[in-house]
Ligand binder design. Structure first.
Ligand SMILES: [Zn+2]
Length: 332
């Protein structure tokens, strides 16, 4: 059973989830596989292996076959089946491991990765995530939804079959709380969303823009944390996937498709983390659209961060975003 523990020094919650140690790791064990042995014989995410995953939450099908599905994470960090409850523990404070932890199985095909997806695969992907954002929002015990993809072992993935994860939290993480407050304050002062202004400045600056369509802009941020980091931001007043129309999802799929085609040509199978950032459920109102802008962050894991970053929280990035932008654009 997992639990949250509160760190009084850093003023933040941490999750303890010993069950996660038991999760299978077909990426790490790959080297020990004997020649000719098919690792995906054992993959529970493949078509035909549906019985090996917990009860399906939802799926998208075409021509009678599923294209993507969402299931509870078997090795969950948090559980929806426990009561959310704060507890004293002597001097300390803890909270039951309440939350939701789901896996988005993005494709029935074991070897198909995000850079192999076509527009339709991505449209299915964002459509099913939108369904989960809308559905989990109905449970008012959730404050925040973390939606992310770990691609490759250096990015924290343990399964090679292409998937993303959704973790619903009963409170806002410290960084989101601070970020949200900052965005609100910025709006109060300027009557514009912070990210709208940053996108305007990047467009004026020009050197970091990889591409844009009528609804989204794709760029390498001026002060990127990671080498080849990219960001996709909505140009429309959208704060969450829950507000997206079909045509918004379609435009998003187009630009994400364009990005990963460029990514693969420029870098190959480089591990990355992708974070899909929606406005938190907590304090969400009609006016959230004013100050929070939907965005996606892609953080390649080419170089490892180390002690200095852990101590100072100042990343050392070896690649200027304007150079990364040029390399992405050359692939077109
Ligand atoms: Zn598989």
């Amino acid at each position: 059973m997992s639990e949250f523990r509160y760190c009084k020094l850093e003023k933040e919650w941490r999750i303890f989830a010993p069950e996660r140690l038991k999760r299978p790791n077909d990426l790490h064990n790959k080297k020990e596989i004997h020649p000719g042995e098919l690792i995906h014989d054992k993959c529970p995410f493949d078509m035909g292996k549906e019985e090996f995953t917990p009860n399906e939450i939802t799926r998208i099908s075409q021509d009678g076959e599923w294209q993507c599905r969402v299931v509870p994470n078997l090795y969950n960090a948090l559980s929806i089946n426990v009561q959310p409850k704060s507890q004293r523990d002597g001097f300390f404070e803890k909270f039951t491991g309440f939350g939701a932890h789901e896996v988005v199985i993005e494709t029935p095909f074991h070897d198909k990765q995000i850079w192999d997806y076509d527009y339709n695969d991505l449209l299915n992907y964002f459509t099913i995530i939108q369904q989960r954002v809308i559905s989990l929002k109905k449970d008012n015990r959730f404050a925040y939804l973390s939606i992310f993809k770990n691609q490759g072992e250096n990015a924290g993935a343990s399964m090679s079959h292409s998937h993303s994860q959704i973790i619903a939290l009963p409170f806002l993480p410290k960084n989101m709380k601070e970020e949200n407050a900052y965005k609100k304050a910025y709006y109060e002062e300027h009557k514009r969303a912070l990210l709208d202004d940053l996108v305007y400045e990047e467009l004026e600056h020009g050197k970091n823009i990889i591409s844009q369509n009528s609804e989204f802009v794709l760029y390498c941020p001026y002060a990127s944390e990671f080498a080849f980091e990219a960001k996709i931001v909505s140009k429309k007043k959208l704060s969450s996937l829950s507000e997206f129309s079909r045509s918004d999802l379609s435009s998003l799929s187009d630009i994400v498709n364009e990005f990963f085609t460029a990514y693969y040509k420029a870098l190959g199978e480089v591990p990355f983390n992708m974070i899909i950032k929606n406005a938190p459920y907590e304090e969400y109102t009609e006016s959230t659209k004013n100050y929070f802008r939907f965005n996606i962050e892609i953080k390649p894991r080419i170089y490892k961060q180390a002690g200095f970053e852990l101590d100072s929280e100042i990343p050392i990035n070896v690649m200027l975003p304007e150079e990364a932008t040029k390399i992405y654009k050359e692939t077109k």
